[in-house]
Ligand binder design. Structure first.
Ligand code: G1P
Ligand code: ZN
Length: 543
């Protein structure tokens, strides 16, 4: 098999975003588009020769074709071995697990996370490093730089290989191993959690429903909940991964996981409901007639961590992304452990986890995880919640309301305005940025603003600095209002507005968040001049 050197021209739009390169499938299908980006990744890893790479994706449209392309290119680029999940499948948390378990040099994950899939929707590719986590900005910047000057790529003159049978074979000089994408991940979960206690819970009268939304977690959830923990068949719904996710958005929130939410709010609701996203790193947690905000979820899990065997010794610290509510900080202070505030995106937790500064971390965007891997982990969060339920014997609603009584309730909501014209998104951010210096000292939404800035983060471990990570207004009573442009959207700009305030009075903790936060919501809309600039009266998605 000959190594081919194929000449190409750079594409101007291959800048990796919050989680790798995410574009419409049609963009990826342009001749040389995927190849250029893969070569740019490989060029950013000069010490790859002879090393092991993990490869898999969430099974969305174009996954299988991309696997074949990447295998040929990996062989031509000197990798020693590629471990592929059978069928080209791997959840993001499983790739992180296997990178670490096999001491691989890195991994490539094919996914556009929670974005829709299919020929007219999204595809994505991202590189994870040897710690199992998303490549840090240093590397993604190198990839981007390489993509701007690329003149060609190397690939192998070879036919497609069989990725559907477990086993090992050679592709050129490179070994390829096709493995069960589920097994190593499930073993890790069995080491972290008390599967006997969870089995008792799930084999009793307790009922749960897990909605895999026809995305990657189906096979993992069937294995864990139904096979290993003995939950009745039918506990996992939409468990077969489909290339278009059955036409839905594999996004575990109240809008896109509506049937699950409807079930949990119905008369005959299960006790517990959960869903994950396209690639399995997100989670949504529901109780009977109860929605747990991801910010609260992190705080509750931190407060109950010692109920889980792997964390029985307590947590080293916790971290949350900047727009995530401050609920976890309050728990950390009560526990006497450190807490950190990082920019949006899981990659910023990597250094803190590697340095042993934190054990749990989370984001408001349905991301929760721990130091067991270097990605957020949807099924881990579900198992953690089941562990807390089994340990306390309380319902989800009881666990959370008691938490609020003890620590206060951080009312929280995020409003997304999707697919705005890109210039409008920039214009809104610039106009709020221009006002930042004059906001402190003003009283808006009935509150005194004490600080307003554009969030800059200095990594406490390697001192790297990340600027322009979101505009934040902090009020004297601890309330916050935050504005950011999404780094993962594929259509125009998505503006996210995050609203938060802390209610200590238990008598006032049962309001509807949209109502409780209505003055901050109005202020957010006013500051963006959303209606006059875009004609939009309401957000696309409210969480
Ligand atoms: C979104 C979320 C962010 C998360 C990222 C990847 O990014 O807001 O918390 O890390 O997806 O799952 P955004 O579109 O806001 O840049
Ligand atoms: Zn995801």
């Amino acid at each position: 098999m000959a190594v081919l050197q194929i000449a190409t021209q750079p594409f101007a739009d291959q800048r990796p975003g919050t989680s790798g390169l995410r574009k419409k499938v049609k963009v990826f299908q342009q001749p040389h588009y995927l190849e250029n980006f893969v070569q740019s990744i490989f060029s950013a890893i000069p010490d790859r020769a002879g090393q092991t790479l993990i490869l898999g994706g969430d099974g969305r449209f174009y996954n299988r074709e991309a696997i074949q392309t990447i295998l040929r290119m990996a062989a031509a680029n000197g990798w020693g071995k590629v471990i592929v999940g059978r069928g080209g499948l791997f959840s993001t948390p499983a790739v992180s697990t296997v990178i670490r378990a096999r001491s691989a040099h890195g991994g490539i994950i094919l996914s556009a996370s929670h974005n829709a899939g299919g020929p007219d929707h999204d595809f994505g590719i991202k590189y994870n490093t040897a710690n199992g986590g998303p490549a840090p900005e240093k590397i993604t910047d190198t990839i981007w730089a390489a993509s701007k000057t690329i003149q060609g790529y190397q690939t192998l003159d070879s036919a497609d290989v069989d990725i559907d049978q477990d086993g090992e074979f050679l592709l050129g000089d490179m070994r390829v191993e096709i493995c069960d994408p589920v097994a190593e991940y499930v073993e890790l979960m069995a080491r972290i959690f008390d599967f006997d206690a969870l089995r008792q819970l799930l084999q009793g009268p307790f009922r749960m429903r897990f909605d895999a939304l026809h995305a990657i977690t189906g096979p993992y959830a069937h294995e864990i909940f139904e096979k290993r923990l003995g939950a009745p068949a039918g506990t996992v719904v939409n468990g077969v991964p489909l290339t278009d996710f059955g036409g839905g958005h594999p996004d575990p929130n109240l809008v896109y996981a509506r049937p699950l939410a409807d079930h949990l709010f119905a008369e005959d609701a299960s006790d517990f409901g959960a869903a994950s996203d396209g690639d399995g790193d997100r989670n949504m947690i529901l109780g009977r007639q109860f929605f747990v905000t991801p910010s609260d979820s992190l705080a509750v899990l931190a407060a109950h961590a010692t109920a889980i065997p792997a964390y029985r010794q307590g947590l080293k610290g916790v971290a949350r992304s900047m727009p995530t509510s401050q609920a976890a900080d309050v728990v950390a202070e009560a526990l006497g452990i450190a807490h950190y505030e990082t920019p949006t995106g899981w990659k910023f937790f990597g250094n803190l986890l590697d340095a042993g500064k934190i054990t749990f971390c989370g984001e408001e965007s349905f991301g929760t995880g721990s130091d067991h891997i270097r990605e957020k982990d949807g099924l881990w969060a579900v198992l953690a919640w089941l562990s807390v339920i089994a340990h306390t014997g309380q319902s989800v609603a009881e666990i959370v309301t008691r938490h609020w009584q003890r620590f206060g309730r951080h009312y929280y909501t995020r409003h997304d305005y999707e697919a705005l014209p890109a210039e409008t998104g920039e214009q809104i951010m610039q106009s709020i940025t221009a006002q930042l210096p004059v906001l402190p000292g003003q009283t808006l939404a009935g509150r005194d603003i004490i600080m307003a800035d554009d969030f800059t983060y200095t990594d406490p471990i390697d001192s790297s600095v990340s600027t322009h990570q979101g505009l934040r207004l902090l009020f004297a009573d601890g309330a916050r209002l935050i504005f950011r442009l999404s780094g993962t959207g594929t259509e125009g700009a998505t503006l996210r507005i995050y609203h938060e305030y802390l209610e200590q009075d238990a008598q006032r903790q049962q309001q509807d968040p949209q109502r409780a936060l209505s003055d901050l919501i109005r202020l957010g809309r006013d500051l963006t001049r959303m209606e006059s600039l875009t004609g939009r009266k309401t957000p696309t998605v409210i969480t």
